[in-house]
Design a protein. Sequence first.
Length: 660
Amino acid sequence: MRLTRFSVSNYKCFHQDTCVELQPGFNVALGQNNAGKTALLEAMSLNFRPNPHKSAATVPVPNTPPKPTTRVCLEFSIASDELQHFLATPQTYFFPLPAFPASTAVSTSGQDSSPELREFVSKLLTSSALRITATFVNHPNEQWTVPSTWYYETANLPTQDTSRPVIAYRVNTDGSIDVYYAQAPPAMDIRNILAGTLRDRLFRFTAQSVNRGTCRFGTNRELQRDGGNLAEVLATLQPDVGRFAQLNELLQQILPSIHAASVELFDLGSDRNARILIWSHGRNRRDLAYSLDECGSGVGQVLAILYVVLTSEFPRTILLDEPQSFLHPGAARKLLEVLQAFPQHQFIVATHSPMVIDATRASALFIVRKQGATSEVVPIAPKKAEDARLCLAEVGASFADVFGADNILWVEGATEQRCFPRILQHFEIATLRGVAIEGVIKPGDFQGSKAQLTLDVYRRLSGATYFVAPTLGFIFDDECRTEQEKNELCTRGDHKVYFLPRRMYENYLLHAEALACVLNEADPQRSTRIEPYQISAWLDDQLEGPEYNGRVHQAHRGDECWVRADLLLNRLFNEFTDTRVTYRKTTHSLAITEILLAEYPEHLRGIADFLRDTLQELHSAGLRAATAAGGVTYREYPPYWPILWDHEVCLGPKLASRTG
């Protein structure tokens, strides 16, 4: 169950009906301070007190009471398997009567199960996604009414009837199902029940949540909205060794200075209480552990968020208000990256930090802008560079703000900077966490006499201050360099320089089906579609061309892995579009990559494995160097091992953060 559309009117800074389209995954609301981001999330959470909009439009003269009613309209979808799971409990559910068939006589006597009715209910329960619209009206007495509409056309019945014809769907204790016509009051309508369930599944984490490390112990497994029973729910989770260990593993990835969290029970008078303990020195020194109450609020926030995403047995919509306000930028980045591993949940993030865009690769992005006393929401396309610049300008930031990472991996250019994270994310290669991938400004400066000077410049840039992350390594195009040239550059780069297994990244993009798709989309003026076989034949004719085989070893001439693929793609675009479309590396290479990942992922498996192995080697080399400098012996662990150090090693938390 997730939100697909949301609108609010007459609440705080929102006057007229303000609508937002929402997507699965991450939805990010950017805006300056006091723009209305928090008010938007408050209304979306369906848990707020009446606070009508006040401006000259609603209060034209002093002491005029504004219109008191706030209206929130939600459209949400529920997948068929989730709906069937919801309906599995033995009881009777009531669906609205459809407007068809007109000739069907409505029986209210009970067991009337016509074939048409059973067929309709069967289709309803197997639909890929059902959409429901619910309007929540907040009156001063804080009562909610839920007049809802269904995704299919319903019979036109009076809305004020205390009882109306419906479809009854009864699950018996033996598992059998009865479907029949009946009479039921509107309050028992399945739409109202689902809308109420949605409200319970919305969870909002505010920037002001209280960091409570102690509470009375019970058996409650549902976290309260203010996080007040966090110790209780963690105590109920602790016997689940697997999930509790997973929670601690993720906690350490986000906050490397923390080794683990645990819960202890103690008596205070006649009450049984639970206390959260934070361990920074391993688990053998209880005297060195301290209560969560002694930590910053960010630790409790992270524990609460991880508990909700790990233990929810159903998809939830989780609202995060300014996560960077209670976490260091690097920790906030890693939290958002960790949350991407839970795609069953929907996340809606309000922030003024552009770092969130980079960390989440938001599927929906919108700006909250305030003019006078009234706020508006402006949706923008996350993939458009111009819109991204608009976002950053709106919050007074620049692209430099994405440097909230533990390390920087420098790559050949902007194309690799955009494509490599997509590949790593698609193949779920976790070593990217905490690493910012940035393109070098002039790749040619890493050749010849300028190479040493250029490498020194990048090392100084990365190590100048703590605000710029250190260099993890470099990945460059092979460019048919000789082994001697590679060895010299690698030596000058402190053995942190790696080369692609092919001549350049574009050599991985010579895929006829993907190229045909991108060309057809990029050239709408073409009268006929370009077919993959045409691309394949053209490539076969061109691969032997001398202009594409410079510096290529004789044994590799005409090999699509070693030709000048950038020149080949440039000519391909010119010829197939009659020069209407020019090949742009940063735009079209990314488009081809996205198609390959979506439709032909195995075509990119080779470069994904190369990136994984390279990142692992770079992380291991960095740990060896750091431990050698600290006088500690390095020990090998399995790949991506979450805890790299015993508690006696003081460098552990700091170094573990470098592993992502």
